[in-house]
Design a protein around this ligand. Structure first.
Ligand code: SIN
Ligand code: MN
Length: 268
């Protein structure tokens, strides 16, 4: 899959690009069928919300679930990443499902991902990005991602390490800085059906609110990095900041449907 010149220009200008409905409802059904079982697992990779049993994030799922393993190499995600990062050699720096469960899903404070990748992982340059796939609809009620358009242009900003607000430590940006950036760029919250894809820059400032709605907001994130930009510090566990820098090889475009057919045949 190739992004057009207009799409690449929009990504460069805004720091994100929204592709509604890129995956079909049938493909999403294949992935969604796996999610309850993944989130129910008692293992270190499944992090719970602070003070509740509700799952917050399931990390490194591509190594312990076959369908999400295929998704981690899906050409509709990898090829736009290769185009934007200008390299055919990308590896998975982090892979996670953020559940943001109905009623219990807590905030993600304002931050840039590259602040964490730099401060914790010593990633040399912001030559890494996120690709998010909505596994369910994201709407204005279930805590959609919020971006400050254009905020990636200012490079890495001053950040403090917040280890108390949620169960997951994050390098966050202070309120006066957010106020200034929002005066310049506003706030955008791309919303859309399951199957929509959001590409965003490692330096774009983003956040999301809590989920008070009765609808969970499952999103899966690929954090792709150039192989020539691999991290140099191994402070965080490998299932949070991956230490396998092998280039990802794209699967066939119909890999999820073929997986579903294999499963069906095996069950018969
Ligand atoms: C993130 O910024 O890493 C996650 C935000 C979210 O899932 O809302
Ligand atoms: Mn983030």
């Amino acid at each position: 899959m190739r992004l057009s010149a207009e799409q690449l220009a929009a990504f460069d200008r805004d720091g994100y690009l929204f592709l509604p409905g890129l995956f079909s409802a049938t493909e999403i059904d294949v992935l969604d069928a796996e999610v309850p079982g993944i989130l129910a697992q008692e293992r270190q990779e499944v992090v719970r919300e602070k003070g509740t049993d509700a799952p917050r994030s399931a990390f490194h799922v591509q190594t312990w679930n076959e369908a999400f393993g295929l998704l981690s190499r899906h050409p509709r995600l990898l090829e736009p990443g290769m185009q934007i990062l200008d390299s055919s050699e990308l590896y998975m720096h982090q892979f996670k499902i953020n559940a943001k469960e109905a009623f219990d899903g807590a905030v993600w404070q304002w931050h840039q991902d590259y602040a964490t990748w730099w401060n914790d992982d010593e990633m040399p340059a912001p030559n890494a990005m996120n690709i998010a796939l909505f596994l369910v609809e994201a709407n204005e009620f279930n805590g959609p991602l919020m971006f400050i358009p254009g905020s990636h242009k200012g490079g890495r900003l001053e950040a403090g390490h917040d280890v108390t607000t949620t169960s997951y430590p994050l390098w966050t940006i202070d309120n006066p800085t957010i106020t200034r950036l929002v005066e310049e760029g506003g706030i955008a919250a791309p919303k859309g059906p399951a199957g929509s894809v959001l590409l965003f820059h490692g330096n774009i400032v983003h956040a999301s609110g809590s989920n008070l709605s009765p609808w969970s907001r499952w999103i899966v994130y690929l954090s792709l990095n150039r192989c020539d930009n691999a991290i140099r510090r191994f402070k965080r566990p490998g299932w949070i900041a991956n230490r396998d820098f092998t280039p990802l090889v794209p699967e066939a475009d119909d890999c999820l449907m073929r997986y579903a057919e294999r499963r069906k045949t095996a069950a018969e």
